[in-house]
Ligand binder design. Structure first.
Ligand code: GLA
Length: 391
């Protein structure tokens, strides 16, 4: 338990915290923009987490202190409406809203949130926040919500309350993540399996390169990609496929004349990216990291050229990675349009690689990037705090 945060909680609310929960951000090894297309993804939880401390109140009032922003939002359970000026609060309100929609009886709380997942960086700080809050609220009031339902409710809060039509990947991995493992998820059947990521043994590491580019239009562009991919699928459905997972490149090519150029490109990305995820799983099973790296580069090319969600700063990671001995693979991660990329690197070249990227970014006049060496962490957890102190 973070003693100082608990003390701070006491100072702010004049009563002790009863519950601590936390949930991780994620990287995605491969399978980008495939989740909402009912395809395959291969994410892993990271060691950076968002934390939630809470205590029940006797009334309907919710007071949330966001320690990173040093801001407080207060609302009444009877009127949960999105906040214009404090967007972070909407992820918390969305969880209250969705649990109440489900018929759960909630009371007021005092709560504090803080986190280490960089915001809007493609590492899924929003899912980490949503999941830490839903995990915490369910534990606080002994509400029995099974893990899959928890991930789905957190996604619904983001889709319908916050208004971002994200897929299920981020919430799912934040709930189900397992230390030192990647998780393969079939987003249609929701079957999943863990694969050990034996990077350390191979002398490898994953470096996150945060471009520091934050695009205002990211969520509207995201929703647009979703529509374009589903337009192409409608055409393929007429040819008898049920979902992208059944579609082949040959079928897409033979249908090219029946769809616009843009949906065609989106579909090409989704069909081949699904195949890459399957190949990545095979590579992981053999600890074939060279093979995995090649797939990462290919995924970036496809996201850049066909799905068109990259930007010059993210392309720089790919370009440097491609020519840098000891970089096995690199690509943008998450929705794109800025945010972060990942590089699969031999540990011994990590320092040199960062220096090269910093120098090139500076030369091109890009924002100064930030780097995070990532450890693969575990999923959400919650524990009650006993009266004598610790959790
Ligand atoms: C964001 C969304 C996910 C997923 C990725 C792209 O992170 O929240 O659901 O669609 O983008 O793969």
């Amino acid at each position: 338990m973070d003693g100082t945060k608990e003390d701070l909680f006491l100072r702010i609310f004049h009563s002790p915290a009863e519950l601590l929960s936390s949930a991780p951000g994620r990287i995605n090894l491969i399978g980008e923009h495939t989740d909402y297309n009912n395809g395959y993804v291969l994410p892993a939880a990271i060691h950076l987490r968002t934390c939630f401390l809470a205590a029940a109140r006797p009334d309907n009032k919710v007071r949330i202190w966001a320690d990173n922003f040093r801001e407080e939002e207060t609302f009444d359970l009877k009127t949960i409406v999105p906040s214009e000026e404090r967007r972070w609060a909407n992820y918390v309100k969305g969880i209250f809203w969705v649990l109440m929609q489900e018929g759960h009886r909630l009371g007021g709380i005092n709560a504090m949130i803080w986190g280490e997942v960089p915001l809007e960086s493609g590492l899924s700080s929003s899912a980490a926040l949503e999941v830490s809050v839903i995990k915490g609220l369910c534990a606080l009031w002994d509400i029995d919500v099974p893990p899959l339902r928890m991930a789905k409710l957190a996604q619904r809060a983001e889709n319908d309350f916050v208004g971002v039509k994200c897929g299920l990947m981020d919430q799912f991995i934040s709930v189900f993540g397992r230390k030192d493992s990647a998780l393969f998820l079939d987003c249609e059947t929701l079957d999943y399996a863990y694969y050990p990521l034996n990077l350390e043994k191979a002398g490898l590491g994953i470096l996150v390169y945060d471009t520091k580019v934050r695009r205002k239009l990211a969520s509207s562009e995201y929703n647009k990609r979703r529509q374009e991919a589903s337009q192409a699928l409608e055409v393929l459905k007429i040819k008898g496929v049920r979902s992208y997972k059944d579609a082949t490149l040959a079928l897409l090519e033979s249908s090219k004349g029946e769809m616009d150029a843009v949906p065609y490109k989106r579909a090409r990305h989704v069909i081949i990216e699904n195949e890459r995820v399957r190949r990545a799983v095979k590579a992981l099973q053999k600890d074939d990291f060279d093979g995995l790296g090649v797939l990462l580069f290919q995924s970036h090319e496809s996201l850049r050229d066909d799905y068109e969600v990259s930007c010059p700063e993210l392309d720089l990671l790919y370009d440097v990675g491609k020519e840098f001995p000891g970089c096995l693979g690199a690509r943008l991660v998450g929705a794109g349009f800025g945010g972060s990329g990942i590089a699969l690197l031999e540990k011994r070249v990590g320092e040199e690689f960062r220096k090269r990227l910093l120098a090139k970014a500076e030369k091109r006049g890009f924002p100064k990037p930030e780097f995070h060496e990532i450890a693969i962490g575990h999923g959400a957890e919650a524990s009650k705090i006993n009266k004598s102190g610790g959790s």
